[in-house]
Design a protein around this ligand. Sequence first.
Ligand SMILES: Cc1ncc(COP(=O)(O)O)c(CN[C@@H](CCCC(=O)O)C(=O)O)c1O
Length: 384
Amino acid sequence: MNASAIREILKITQRPDVISFAGGLPAPELFPIEEVRAATNAVLDRAGAAALQYSTTEGHPPLREWIGAQAGIPASNVQIVTGSQQGLDLLGKVLLDEGDTVLVEAPTYLGALQSFQPYLPRYVQLPTDDGGIDVDALEEVLKRERAKLLYAVPNFQNPTGRTLSAERRQRLVELTAQYGVLVIEDDPYGQLRFSGEAAPSLYELGLQLHGDPDRNHVVYSSSFSKTLAPGLRDAWVQAAAPIIAKLIQAKQGSDLHTPTLNQMIMAELVHDVLPRQIERVRRAYGERAQHMLRAMQAHFPAGVEHTTPQGGMFLWLTLPGGVNTEALLPRAVERQVAYVPGRPFYALGGGENTMRLSYSNATPAQIDTGIRALGGLLQEALTA
Ligand SMILES: Cc1ncc(COP(=O)(O)O)c(CN[C@@H](CCCC(=O)O)C(=O)O)c1O
């Protein structure tokens, strides 16, 4: 077990005077509080006792059915989980044995590493570039390794903000099917595109390849955290029946079921509130991303490389070698700005000169102020 660098830094960034580019937190001022109040009242008026009672591990049927209908699969291939973080934890529990080879992006989402680590897998890192995973490198790895699973975030990746290109998605799905490697597609940001063209999910490509949800080697994980509200902890996994059956058994032993009331509230919100909220959030994050990119252009010293996201919440900085972003963080917090150092996102170490910036939880004015402060610090660090 090890701590989440993001969770630990969030304790620092609770300070009101610190502008945080650290946690991938949705903009609190955009939460649909009144709509959630109305949905909660409607649920309690209509089914108050049931909403406060234990419920089934599989999840609230109307919510599973809505998710299944969106994906074009039976509700029986959908498992509701308590945040997609629980989905990752349960998938690690049911799929991994000690020493299993797990293919992950370099860098990858540190929360997945935290979920998989207790099962003592053996990581192999896949090189990535601005088009996402290098699928030629993937093919070489698959020839050499007997891998149990590949974990990827194809849309607006955490932590880099990169998106896996359409042609590489097709190759990845075909190669992993050919070599019998399970794919976990983690996609909490997929709805938050603010530029460029959407590509089919790995799950959809797997469905096309196999023609049957129960033969799809791609497991899909997503969440209502980034589109609606992380505090409700409503998320889901789409998988073949044997994997769903194991997830249910693991979840029975973990938390019995996802909060009944929260599932019923979400089942109210998905019809009208969710589509409107997605539009609001996509527009706001697109504006904030542009604001951050312009501010970096104005205030960062030469030599700082950055990604340019087409959606989601993050972009990724690579500084000239020799700068250690973990060592730099306390000096940044002294200047009232915070970020997540990049090293914890690498399964096998490295990345000391990288950092993740989130633009979702800062207003344009705060972005200007925070990036100016960070730019001053980087200027000092690079000329020290
Ligand atoms: C790729 C990916 N997969 C799963 C999750 C977990 O989201 P939920 O459990 O569904 O809220 C996340 C959320 N990660 C955020 C939130 C973590 C915030 C926190 O630890 O408080 C982050 O990287 O900052 C994610 O980015």
